[in-house]
Design a protein around this ligand. Structure first.
Ligand code: TYM
Length: 344
């Protein structure tokens, strides 16, 4: 069966949004709205898999919403909402808890990293997180999911869950008139020069909200001075930039900065090296500061403006969640029939 093409993706409202979230995910969200119906979700239920201060959680939820809008997602044409307002995500996640296998979850590297040595003390939610993520996508029967490289394994798990559901319930799916398969196998969209933006302090570590040093990342709300300082202080090596991409391979910091430049200006790394090959980092960093400030400055300013009107933000989330729920409820009705739940 051909599925209606639909994009879904989510961002956690935890800490500051940074350049990695922007280049790895949000710029893709913006581009995809030209060709697809898109649903973009602030995943507050994922956020609480580790402790969140309640006041900060609602602030961060509004801030991610503001970022979506400030980056150019049209909340009228697309759906922007927060996960907890559509209960069907949790409902489908329970069914997926019963479809996914322990062995599958045990392989998830993100859980291992986040739980660390204190695994016994992690929340059950953190462990079952990928099942909720699969439910987020599949409750809309979404076909395309733009994400950064770090979410690839979770996407593979979502495909495995969809596949197993389709096989386990094949007869019932057929009997209820849904043909061969009820869920699509969602395709990850992981493309371009910045699918894994690295820390500015260490080119071997991912840029992340949880890294203690704020100098490791550029936040979407950083002003021009902060951006300039962080780029100037970014770790580099003593060699000039190479003229070809191969020369970046053993140089993670150089590779990262060139990738950031390429993604921000919408060109390839090879193009960047054609322009800057042989240049010293001091010169390249000046250009990178100018570019970063030109691209991110207006976004940060717009986010601040939007954040002054929380009623507007909340109205976007309310409207988006109503529209999302119509779609999610339709899927859940079918899922209940397929699974054999008696319903009204
Ligand atoms: P989260 O909130 O950690 O990150 C949001 C998006 O940003 C991407 N990203 C990066 N991309 C490139 N370089 C980086 N350094 C970097 N850091 C983060 C992430 O890959 C992600 O696309 N589990 C998800 C949220 C989620 C979701 C979903 C995504 C929940 N349900 C359903 C897609 C579909 C997460 O924690 O993303």
């Amino acid at each position: 069966m051909a599925f209606k093409e639909r994009v879904f993706s989510g961002v956690q409202p935890t800490g500051n949004l940074h350049l990695g979230n922007y280049l790895g995910a949000i710029t893709k969200f913006v581009a995809l709205q030209e060709t697809y119906d898109c649903i973009y979700c602030v995943v507050d239920m994922h956020a609480i898999t580790v402790w969140q201060d309640p006041a900060e959680l609602s602030h961060a939820t509004r801030e991610v919403t503001a970022a979506f809008i400030a980056c150019g997602i049209d909340p009228k044409a697309q759906i922007i909402f927060n996960q907890s307002q559509v209960a069907e995500h949790a409902e489908l996640a329970w069914i997926f808890n019963c479809v996914a296998r322990l062995g599958w979850l045990n392989r998830m590297t993100q859980f291992k990293e986040k739980a660390g040595k204190d695994r016994e003390n992690s929340s059950v939610g953190l462990y079952a997180y990928p099942n909720l993520m699969a439910a987020d996508i599949l409750v809309y029967r979404a076909t395309h999911v733009p994400v950064g490289e770090d979410q690839k394994q979770h996407l593979e798990l979502a495909r495995d869950i969809a596949q197993k559901f389709n096989v386990d319930f094949a007869k019932s799916i057929h009997a209820h008139g849904f043909g061969e398969a009820f869920f699509p196998l969602p395709e990850p969209i992981i493309q371009g020069p910045a699918t894994r933006v690295m820390s500015l302090r260490d080119g071997t570590r991912k840029m992340s909200k949880s890294e203690p040093s704020d100098y490791s990342r550029i936040n979407l709300t950083d002003d021009a001075d902060a951006i300039a300082q962080k780029v100037r202080k970014a770790k580099t090596d003593p060699e000039p930039l190479p003229s070809e991409e191969k020369g970046l391979e053993p140089r993670p910091e150089a590779d990262n900065l060139v990738g950031i430049y390429a993604a921000l200006s919408g060109i390839t790394k090879a193009d960047v090296l054609r322009e800057f090959g042989g240049a010293q980092f001091s010169a390249f960093k000046v250009a990178l500061v100018d570019l970063s400030v030109a691209k991110l400055g207006p976004i940060g300013a717009e986010m601040k403006k939007l954040m002054q009107d929380p009623l507007y933000i909340d109205s976007v989330l309310a409207d988006g969640s109503q529209r999302a729920q119509v779609l999610a409820a339709e899927t859940m009705k079918a899922v209940k029939d397929i699974v054999g739940f008696v319903r009204r």
